[in-house]
Design a protein around this ligand. Structure first.
Ligand code: ADP
Ligand code: MG
Ligand code: ZN
Length: 650
């Protein structure tokens, strides 16, 4: 809509119930054609005149008098002069040279007699402007020159045809060629309806459920779809309404697309796919017609799977659209989708799957019975899930026997399947760089850091003062964490700068996935987060900006304790906020008054202050360890959790 290339629209699709292309598309097309034609005309003029040189009338007269001219043709504005075959080139050159500056084209520069002779070998036609010369005819006859008046009548119509219509035809042909090349864009003039790929189609995805690690619940729901595709009669006989569509809901990279493909692979049916995000840059009517074509093809190829990725891009709730008429393209596409889903012959075994990570923005109409009435949650993997995903991808590369995937899984809490797949690949790349025949553990741990914390960037060098500060900060985190009762083991401490913002970082890994946390554990977590800042204060009596992320995270936890978990002294057990949607980031809704809000802030700050004091106390009591480990870290730049514990006990 906002773009305006002329060659994208679709008004001629038979049965189209979409309005024709926008006026401005026609304007665009016309303007392009005009420009094109203009350029063509100029080009034709340029090339056709380039090898004919203009000469002066006096030169023509001299040539004629010397008997060098063979033929003359009278045009409307000028005379075309052709030299005789046997004309003496030296003589011609002599006549033409004196006033060479008047000659065109200029690119030939100063014409010397020698250059003239070269030119004349190829070009024997000149032209000159008409001059009122009553005796000319007589002289032409006297010299035996053939002469005639051009009989081609350049009527305005012929002129128009040759200069505008012919280019139009050429323009159209080029346009057809280009739009054919661009394939799926279809085209305004695409009368032949050669629909090259308007959506993805895979005859066989070659993906099976075995390729999707973990996600057992999602797979269970989808197995039913597979069964339905394989044995539709079983369901029809008993009168069960067949599942028409299911919505795969989950954060990016968790394997939604993969699961959809696996359904097709397991059922051995073709996989048609369309991505909602592609519609964003599309023209009015194209989205709808794509949807229509997709379903038409799916109907012909049943049984099959239709997969609509990122459906939120088209299926956004229509009430949410503040701007007037700004999104009729999406709305049209959405309406078409709804119409197709409703109108789809339910005896045909077509299963429609869609994926989104923002189910809350979807138009309610999409979720009604008979449409995407089923939701399949695809969560980020837990510890064992991560290990399984790593194993799936590890099987595709060469791994050293000593590799421990469990350790990697422990390090990657919060990573989605795509991140893990990426890590394995990064590890493989690193192994190649290192000239190894197989991936070793070190490649994997490095890859984890590469993917999680951004690529290692050795050229961002901290000056020694910064380095000291960062080292004390990071050791502060680690020490507070290790010295508390509810401690989380430290995996690694490093002050090697990363590209993704944080200077150093301390990697802590919970020994197991935690779903429940006690108040003590949460407080310990807050203290560890604040340990960085506390260490800075103790060691340097100064505060740096490096702790802002820590403080933010600590505050979030403290706030949750007060408002959601009922863990504050001031409020006790009282729900003050309700988590709205787990996929909507930070979308908590306050369920309390403003005064209460102020008191919440007070409680939060109380918790944070207390934890900060705890952290400071712990570090002061262990001032020696702090210095010792920090100095060691400064020299080594990074230390492992095991080494850290050794140093602490030393
Ligand atoms: P989504 O569609 O949810 O954003 P994808 O299905 O595109 O995620 O996943 C991207 C890639 O991540 C997949 O191609 C696959 O390599 C990997 N992946 C994600 N989840 C899993 C899983 N559960 N098992 C194996 N690989 C996975
Ligand atoms: Mg996807
Ligand atoms: Zn920190």
């Amino acid at each position: 809509m906002s773009q305006s290339t002329p060659n994208e629209s679709d008004s001629n699709t038979p049965g189209g119930n979409t309005p024709g292309p926008r006026k401005n598309q026609w304007v665009n097309l016309l303007v392009s054609w005009f420009i094109f034609t203009f350029v063509i005309n100029i080009a034709i003029n340029f090339f056709s005149s380039s090898h004919r040189m203009e000469i002066e009338y006096s030169q023509f007269a001299a040539l004629l008098d010397e008997g060098l001219v063979k033929r003359v043709r009278f045009e409307d504005e000028y005379l075309l002069i052709e030299l005789g075959d046997g004309a003496n080139l030296d003589a011609v050159a002599r006549i033409l040279t004196p006033s060479e500056t008047a000659n065109r084209p200029r690119s030939m520069g100063m014409m010397t007699p020698k250059k003239w002779r070269e030119h004349l070998r190829e070009n024997r036609v000149f032209y000159t402007g008409k001059v009122d010369d009553p005796g000319l005819n007589g002289r032409l006859l006297a010299h035996g020159v053939d002469f005639s008046r051009s009989i081609v009548v350049h009527s305005p119509i012929v002129n128009f045809l040759s200069s505008w219509v012919v280019p139009l035809v050429i323009f159209y042909l080029i346009y057809r060629f280009i739009s054919g090349r661009l394939g799926h864009m279809g085209g305004m003039m695409n009368v032949g309806k050669s629909k090259a790929k308007m959506y993805g189609m895979e005859k066989s995805t070659r993906v099976s459920f075995a390729d999707v690690a973990g996600q057992e619940e999602a797979k269970e729901s989808l197995r039913e779809m597979v069964d339905f595709l394989n044995h539709p009669d079983k369901y029809r006989d008993i009168g069960a309404r067949q599942p028409k569509g299911a919505l795969l809901v989950g954060p990016p990279g968790t394997g939604k697309t993969l699961l959809a493909k696996a359904v097709a692979g397991e059922a051995g049916v073709p996989f048609f796919s369309l991505s909602g995000s592609e519609f964003v840059e599309m023209f009015v009517g194209v989205g709808a017609s794509r949807v229509r074509d997709l379903f038409e093809q799916a109907g012909k190829n049943a049984p099959c799977i239709v997969f609509i990725d990122e459906i939120d891009a088209i299926g956004k709730s229509r009430d949410n659209q503040a701007q007037m008429g700004g999104n009729d393209e999406r709305e049209q596409t959405l309406n078409q989708l709804l119409a197709e889903m409703d109108g789809f012959d339910s005896s045909k075994s077509v299963v429609i799957l869609a994926a989104t990570n923002r189910p809350e923005v979807l138009d309610k109409a999409l979720l009604r019975p008979g449409r995407f009435d089923r939701r399949i949650i695809v969560e980020k993997p837990d510890l064992s899930g991560r290990e399984a995903i790593l194993a799936v991808h590890a099987a595709k590369v060469k791994m050293d026997g000593g590799v421990n995937l469990k350790e990697i899984a422990l390090m990657t809490s919060g990573a989605a399947g795509a991140d893990l797949a990426n890590m394995i690949n990064e590890a493989a790349l690193r192994a190649v760089r290192m000239g190894r025949p197989a991936i070793v553990q070190e490649d994997l741990t490095e890859a984890v850091e590469t993917v999680i914390a951004g690529k290692e960037k050795k050229d961002r060098i901290l000056n020694s003062e910064e380095k000291r500060l960062v080292a004390y900060h990071e050791v502060g985190h680690a020490l507070v964490s290790a010295l508390q009762k509810h401690s989380t083991p430290v995996q690694k401490i490093t002050i090697v700068p990363r590209t993704m913002g944080s200077l150093g970082y301390t990697l802590q890994t919970p020994e197991d996935e935690r779903y429940l946390m006690t108040r003590g554990e949460l407080l310990a977590q807050i203290s560890s987060l604040l340990g960085g800042r506390a260490a800075e204060e103790i060691a340097f009596g100064e505060k740096s900006t490096g702790a802002s992320n820590d403080i933010e995270r600590a505050t979030k936890i403290a706030r949750g304790m007060v408002t959601q978990y009922g863990m504050s002294d001031g409020f006790g057990v009282m729900g003050l906020e309700s988590a709205q949607n787990q996929y909507l980031d930070g979308g908590n809704v306050m369920t309390c008054s403003e005064e209460t809000g102020a008191r919440i802030d007070e409680e939060v700050s109380k918790i944070i202050k207390a934890c900060y004091e705890d952290a400071k106390k712990l570090l002061s009591e262990n001032r020696d360890s702090l210095s010792r480990i920090a100095e060691y870290l400064i020299s080594e730049e990074s230390i492992t959790g095991a080494r850290f514990m050794e140093l602490l006990r030393a």
